[in-house]
Design a protein around this ligand. Structure first.
Ligand SMILES: Cc1cc2nc3c(=O)[nH]c(=O)nc-3n(C[C@H](O)[C@H](O)[C@H](O)COP(=O)(O)OP(=O)(O)OC[C@H]3O[C@@H](n4cnc5c(N)ncnc54)[C@H](O)[C@@H]3O)c2cc1C
Length: 412
């Protein structure tokens, strides 16, 4: 095995060009209709939809645009969520489970429409998805999963081991093949959405860290570490997995994860249709290609949040991902040119926590997306938009924060 030659732990997306986003630090205190804290995919998506509805929007971020988990994502945009439909229906009932999966399907379609109508150049490419048999579902259980999905009106074709080998050259005990998903460059997408919001007047202040919160009768006041304050009619916390000190819930965990991108592969080394691949396993491996023929592969998730420990494991986890990838796709050169680590929030049901904080109707928290950050960011933005427009969102109950979620007045 050749020695791994990694580029500084940076995600592959940071090697591609993306638009510059105008921003400055605050020079005075301000008031606004909506304040969004966080400028990852969630903040960007929410700013785009709310500015479209005519809201005056201010965004703040303690780092800058698309510098949290969002540039670490491997950006498979899927309606399939982490918990299989056959398992989710046992956990929360068939009616809710079907609604959750269908809403994800709708969100992927809505996001495709949003990207197309705004002409965001984010290399969106349609891909089939292969969900391979693994230690969570295999044999008849995987076949049952395909049947349940089909009965919910979702695209799901069961492939036997020999069909899988014949069509994709992959050696596994069966798979589910689905359609309707796509891949993107997540940094270009996030910045494209922010640019659109800015064209409609949204302002972005960074680096600015929200550090304290005060509730008034008809507004919320956020104080930044810089000392400036922003008073807003509504505040949207889109801070990714870093939210834990202001909103407490026992339904949210933080996962550490690792990913690699290989050098560009000749087209004839890649598998048919460059389908996205993931596994019915815990932890699962996931694979996609980039527009220029790199293979991106992630996985090896672990249930802890300490960033130093996570980053120290980079070489070891990279080697494991390389080993698994070369076993799965022996035709490609699995040596990584990029390898990086990241974190995300997750919940036991695979459903995110999206909605107003208990007894704080003007404060929204959007978190716990698991491996579906981009799909759920779209759902979160839709739920917030509907709520602010006074429209009922018939799926909001699926994601509502429980009564046990409480808020406090500081972020740390
Ligand atoms: C390796 C990896 C692979 C993944 N693969 C996929 C995938 O294939 N598909 C998919 O859909 N999802 C995937 N995810 C999940 C996805 O990346 C995340 O769910 C998503 O990026 C979260 O976006 P966000 O905007 O909510 O949070 P973030 O991108 O983390 O943005 C939050 C922002 O809030 C800012 N912030 C935090 N606290 C404060 C504060 N107090 N004041 C001001 N600003 C603050 C941060 O600086 C940050 O910029 C993956 C994640 C990782 C790590």
């Amino acid at each position: 095995m050749r020695k791994l030659d990694l580029r500084s732990g940076k995600p592959v997306w940071q090697a591609y060009r993306s638009p510059a986003i105008a921003h400055s630090t605050l020079t005075r205190s301000l008031t606004t209709d909506v304040l969004i804290v966080g400028t990852g995919i969630t903040g960007a998506m929410t700013a785009e939809l709310l500015s479209e509805d005519g809201h005056e929007v201010i965004l703040v971020d303690r780092r800058g645009a698309a510098l949290g988990s969002t540039p670490a994502t491997t950006a498979l945009v899927q309606h399939e969520i982490d918990v299989p439909l056959s398992k989710l229906q046992k956990a929360i009932g068939a009616e809710k489970a079907f609604r959750a999966w269908r809403r994800s399907k709708l969100a992927v379609a809505n996001l495709r429409g949003q990207i197309e109508s705004l002409e965001i150049a984010c290399r969106m490419t349609d891909r089939q998805t292969l969900y391979l048999a693994g230690n969570v579902l295999s044999g008849n259980k995987l076949r049952d999963e395909a049947d349940v999905r089909a009965s919910a009106g979702l695209p799901a074709q069961y492939l036997t081991a020999s069909e899988l080998a014949k069509r994709f050259g992959i050696d596994r005990d069966g798979a589910i093949l689905s359609t309707g998903n796509f891949v993107v460059d997540p940094v270009k997408l996030t910045k494209g959405l922010l640019l659109q919001a800015q064209r409609r007047g949204a302002q972005l202040f960074a680096p600015e860290e929200a550090s304290a919160i005060k509730f008034h009768k008809s507004s919320i006041e956020i104080t930044m570490r810089s000392g400036h304050r922003i008073e807003a009619g509504h505040v949207i916390l889109a801070t990714g997995y870093e939210l834990m000190d202001v909103v407490h819930t026992d339904r949210h965990d933080i996962i550490s994860t690792w990913a690699i991108a290989t050098k560009r592969q000749p087209k004839d080394r890649l598998w048919p249709g460059e389908a996205m691949i993931w596994e019915a396993s815990d932890p699962y491996l996931y694979v996609r290609t980039t527009h220029d023929g790199r293979v991106i592969c992630g996985g090896e998730d672990e249930d802890f949040q300490d960033e130093q420990t996570r980053d120290k494991l980079l070489a070891k986890k990279t080697q494991r991902i390389v080993d698994k990838l070369s076993k799965l796709l022996p035709g490609i050169d699995p040596m990584p040119e990029f390898a990086w680590a990241g974190s995300f929030g997750t919940t036991p049901t695979g459903l995110p926590l999206i909605g107003p904080v208990h007894r704080r109707p003007r404060l929204f928290s959007l978190m716990g997306y698991g491996g579906n950050g981009i799909t759920y960011a779209r759902i979160a933005a839709e739920v917030v938009r509907n709520k602010l427009a006074g429209r009922e969102d018939s799926d909001a109950d699926l994601y509502a924060l429980s009564n046990r979620v409480t808020s406090q007045t500081s972020f740390h």
